[in-house]
Design a binder for this molecule. Structure first.
Ligand code: AMP
Ligand code: GLY
Length: 439
């Protein structure tokens, strides 16, 4: 198979790495890729957000399958346009991708499907949003309806903070058109978890789960980022919980979308909060998580191209999806200053030093020359995800940090607590809330 992969982050390097292991692969191209994907594939200077160029490129290369990494091309309708051109793609159509590209749509779908989630209201009018807040004094979450590169969710402790957040979205236009509609939600507390399933719209693969770290500093302090690390499996993840998530969250939504004539195909990512009241759904995403993909894709035992093709063709019932169970920890190395201002162009050293039970996935990196073996420099905020694995999380964590310590670039920063299990874990006391009864 000739495959074109869209995207250039750590998630896409992990996808390229896993796809390269498939015996079905003839040749792999990545648009636009990074220095890591350049070693496995041919990088192309094609913007994944430019739908026409992607379709033209796929057509001229005779691509058999386009694999879409990030949400933006999906929200732009890349899968629809490719399908019109007779090219198969892994990922949902524009209509199904609304589950991520409109938070109001996602909440409406969840409500109709009976999926548990926080109470919420959707506003297109600022005055109405502010009036609502005056009668809801407690903590709330204000969300820009559309895609905002992960920045459109504002956690507010008081109604004043929430009113300021509404104004930021609706008057100040902080998130552009994405913030013209806002969703205001009840503020939930509990244990967060990211759950993933492959689906062709009907068949659902076994679920796999990971946790990510959003805040920049150790102990979850400081501003939010695109993700500072991840690990799998979460200590509380088990078959019972997986079944519950499948039956109460994933299956009802997929059934509803299929019934509306907009079946969801691809990988579905459910962001969940385990609360005292049980499972609550925070969001759906129409793609793999980043940096969750970097710890999840190494677990995929089945052939990735067979699975993705089956999702695209509606034949997932004929392709078993198997996940291996092995602890993985992924630590993100960032440019100094991220998620604020940072400098790029620094030489990265130590990438060649191999350490057993570890892997390095690139994100914001670029080659300084034409050849894949040329020196690598930093080119973004999140630069690398260093992944380690082992028999348990402590082992995996040890291997990730051991590899990470071999790598250097000026100003590099990383969290030191990724995959760390708080010492009180045995009695469950570290959970913000008691483990829900239903689990
Ligand atoms: P979302 O993009 O909707 O997942 O929101 C991003 C992050 O904001 C989530 O991963 C949570 O950490 C947090 N969040 C979202 N919705 C809520 C909520 N209703 N209550 C508490 N935290 C939330
Ligand atoms: N790890 C969060 C995300 O990919 O949206």
């Amino acid at each position: 198979m000739k495959v074109l992969l869209l995207g250039s982050g750590g998630r896409e390097h992990a996808l390229a790495w896993r796809i390269s292991q498939s015996p079905h692969l003839d040749r792999l191209w990545v648009a636009e890729g990074n220095a890591g994907t350049a070693r496995l594939a041919t990088n192309l200077p094609v913007d994944p957000g430019d739908t026409l160029s992607v379709v033209e490129t796929a057509r001229s290369l005779g691509i058999d399958l386009v694999v879409v990494g990030p949400e933006l091309p999906l929200a732009n309708g890349i899968v629809d346009r490719l399908s019109e051109a007779g090219i198969r793609a892994f990922g949902p159509t524009q209509a199904a991708a609304r589950i991520e590209s409109s938070k109001g749509f996602a909440r409406a779908i969840m409500q109709e499907a009976g999926v548990p989630g926080p109470s919420f209201s959707v506003f297109r009018d600022e005055q109405q949003a502010l009036e609502y807040l005056s009668s809801h004094p407690g903590p709330t979450v204000v969300k820009a309806d559309g895609l905002a590169a992960g920045k459109g969710v504002l956690l507010c402790q008081t109604a004043e903070e929430a009113a300021a957040a509404v104004r930021r979205c609706m008057t100040e236009g902080a998130f552009g058109a994405a913030g013209k509609t806002v969703v205001i939600e009840e503020f939930l507390t509990g244990q967060e978890i990211s759950v993933f399933a492959f689906t062709d719209g009907e068949t659902i693969s076994p679920l796999v789960a990971a946790c990510d770290y959003k805040q920049v500093g150790d102990g979850d302090v400081g501003p939010n980022t695109g993700g500072m690390g991840s690990f799998t499996p979460p200590e509380f993840w088990n078959e019972g919980l997986a079944e519950e998530v499948k039956h109460t969250v994933i299956a009802p939504v997929l059934r509803l979308l299929a019934g509306r004539g907009t079946p969801y195909r691809g990988v579905l990512y459910a962001g969940l909060m385990l609360t005292e009241e049980g499972i609550q759904t925070l969001e759906f995403n129409c793609r793999f998580g980043d940096p969750e993909a970097q710890v999840i894709l190494p677990l995929l035992e089945s052939d990735p191209l067979e699975v993705m093709l089956a999702c695209a063709q509606g034949t997932l019932d004929q392709v078993p999806v198997c996940w291996r169970s092995r602890a993985h920890v992924g630590v993100v190395m960032t440019s100094g200053g991220y998620p604020g201002k940072y400098q790029t162009g620094y030489r990265i050293t130590g990438l060649e030093t191999e350490i057993p039970s570890s892997l390095v996935f690139h994100a914001g990196t670029r080659l300084t020359g034409e050849g894949p073996e040329d020196p690598v420099v930093t080119s973004g905020g999140r630069v690398l995800t260093v992944v380690g694995w082992g028999d348990d999380l402590a082992d995996a964590r040890f291997n990730a940090y051991r590899r990470l310590e071999m790598i250097h670039f000026d100003g590099c920063y990383y969290r030191r607590d990724i995959g760390e299990i708080p010492s009180t874990v045995e009695d469950g006391a570290w959970l913000p809330n008691p483990v829900p009864q239903s689990l």
